[in-house]
Design a protein around this ligand. Structure first.
Ligand code: FAD
Length: 530
């Protein structure tokens, strides 16, 4: 599993120690929970039939299940908790180990025929279905207790069409798969820089990446989505047909309307090269000794005038570690002198600590392959809260002050503004469109007995300010903490655009609520109802 958040961290001793200390959760509570659930299920089962207390999770007896499995192609994988427990456990785990779950069965179809067969089986026995690609959803929305988990990894074909310069990718493809298929054609797709994240789930939340300020969110490039509905019907949603479904998926599609089978997207000419510039800066101005404010945020990063003077081809990420700010800029345009000049005021300011030599990448594929370590469990037992930071100077000054005073571990993405604001497709929250950045504040702790104390700390320092950014500024609450300490009562308006119209679309295409996940459209309604 890859971590965008670990990108800048990997060489820092502090983070290495943190990573090392995470050995415990790796094999810890998630597996213990699963094994315990497994035992409970075994005790309750009659000829393999079982129910969990959740709706849509009553499984028929084992002979019935086996009869259906025998109709599937041999290349389709089916994992059962008692037949292949190891594979079952590893196939169940999602990125957020503390929000992982224990599905009733896991199916990885190799064809649309087998996918349809799985949905028909679920429909016959009124079983809730949850689709999973990479499992990166931090709210655990690619899993569910007792559900039929459909893993899309075998449906991962990607094809570039030079005639209309579009790319078709199946929903099991990762970003790396899509960038690889386009590399030889010298084209790019607007997706995430995290190679193992799948566009299918990323687009369900809007999807931003290094090209977003130039071309908009990932959803802006989507031309077509083929979805299989609960009854096996395939629908091709475009800007002109099934328009409600098209817009609903792009921003609110997390397992809410059906299984997306494939997408078709516009591509753009690849930049000749992608430049990376890494700089290290003081959080506080050394010329104002002891002052926490103004600081580099109020003077530059969160200064709306400075942000607006940056070229749209400039993106990147920023990390605050104690009183040092590390920025990794990427430049995907061709005006190298202009970009360099735009950065001069910051680079020559008193905040400068060091500037590394520029690094060249040949393509976005080259960037994503070298950007991140192959595997990381950085998020286990960490608290991460994200917000889309608006270009409102008074609010930004408040946040700069808090950062200056409390120096929270923080990561920030420079991927908004520019074409993101003029977007017209999808149902992402308004705050995402108007944002300057996406900011993630984090805290890590490993001893569960510290939970309440540390939650009290984050809840009285930066969290209220983040939440004050408006009730549509946050599309995801990246926490590992269940909803024990962070109940978001307004998640419908906070995570989505027009929730009531999304609910109408949901009821039209999935009237019995077969596809539902916590904090997804209609997740507060009973599932698998007819
Ligand atoms: C380390 C990390 C890096 C990230 N980097 C970025 C980034 O750079 N840019 C960005 O915009 N976001 C980023 N994200 C957020 C990421 O886009 C979301 O977590 C997204 O949900 C991941 O999608 P997935 O399909 O890979 O994951 P999954 O967890 O498998 O799926 C996410 C959601 O989509 C649903 N889903 C998946 N496939 C289908 C399908 N075929 N049909 C219907 N529903 C489906 C799942 O049920 C689930 O609800 C990152 C997240 C992490 C943890």
């Amino acid at each position: 599993m890859l971590s965008r958040h670990s990108t800048l961290l990997s060489t820092k001793p502090f983070q290495q120690e943190m990573l090392a200390r995470q050995a415990w959760p790796r094999a810890g509570p998630a597996n213990v929970f699963m094994i315990a659930t497994c035992v409970i299920l075994m005790l309750n089962s009659v000829h393999g039939a079982f129910c969990t207390p959740n709706s849509g999770t009553c499984w028929p007896d084992r002979p019935t299940l086996n009869t259906w499995i025998s109709t599937l192609s041999g290349a389709t994988s089916v994992w059962l908790w008692d037949k292949t427990p190891d594979k079952f456990l590893s196939a169940s785990v999602t990125m957020n180990a503390l929000k992982t779950n224990f599905p009733g069965i896991i199916v990885a179809p190799v064809s649309e025929k087998d996918l349809r067969s799985a949905l028909a089986f679920a429909l016959t026995y009124k079983i809730r279905v949850v689709t999973k690609c990479s499992g990166h959803d931090y709210n655990g929305r690619s899993n569910g207790r007792g559900v039929m988990m459909i893993r899309m990894e075998k449906l991962n074909f990607v094809e570039y069409n030079p005639d209309d310069e579009t790319v078709m990718f199946m929903s099991g493809a990762t970003h790396e798969d899509v960038y690889s298929a386009l590399a030889d054609a010298n084209r790019v797709f607007v997706g995430a820089p995290s190679k193992s994240v799948c566009p299918a789930g990323c687009l369900a939340g809007g999807c931003h990446g290094l090209f977003s300020r130039q071309y908009g969110l990932g959803i802006e490039s989507i031309l077509e989505i083929r979805l299989m509905l609960y009854n096996g019907t395939i629908i091709t949603a475009t800007r002109n047909s099934y328009v409600d479904l098209f817009h609903a998926y792009l921003g609110a599609g997390q397992n809410s309307f059906g299984v997306a089978v494939s997408f078709r997207a516009r591509t753009y000419p690849a930049p000749q090269q992608i430049l990376r510039l890494e700089v290290s800066l003081h959080l506080h101005n050394p010329q104002l000794s002891g002052a926490t404010y103004p600081n580099i945020f109020s003077d530059y990063i969160f200064n709306v005038r400075w942000f607006n003077s940056m070229p749209n081809e400039l993106s990147g990420m920023l990390l605050v570690e104690n009183d040092v700010v590390y920025i990794r800029f990427f430049y995907t345009g061709g005006d190298y002198v202009g970009a360099f000049n735009a950065l001069q005021p910051l680079l020559n300011s008193p905040y400068r600590r060091s500037v590394d030599p520029i690094v060249n990448y040949t393509s976005i594929l080259d960037v994503v392959r070298h950007l991140q370590p192959d595997s990381s469990e950085l998020f286990s037992r960490s608290f991460l809260a994200n917000a889309f930071v608006p270009p409102q100077q008074a609010m930004l000054n408040d946040l700069s002050l808090i950062i200056g005073e409390t120096q929270p571990p923080m990561l920030l993405w420079f991927m908004f503004g520019g074409a993101v604001r003029s977007g017209s497709v999808g149902s992402v929250p308004a705050g995402m469109r108007s944002a300057m950045y996406e900011a993630l504040f984090s805290d890590k702790w490993f001893d569960p007995s510290e939970d309440e104390l540390r939650m009290e700390y984050v809840s009285t320092t930066y969290l209220p300010t983040l939440y004050n950014f408006g009730n549509s500024s946050c599309n995801n609450e990246y926490t590992t903490w269940g909803n024990l300490y962070n109940v978001l009562g307004d998640w419908k308006t906070r995570f989505f655009g027009d929730y009531s119209s999304l609910l109408r679309t949901k009821k039209k295409y999935d009237p019995c609520n077969y596809f539902t996940v916590k904090l997804g459209v209609a997740s507060d309604l009973p599932s698998a109802t007819c």
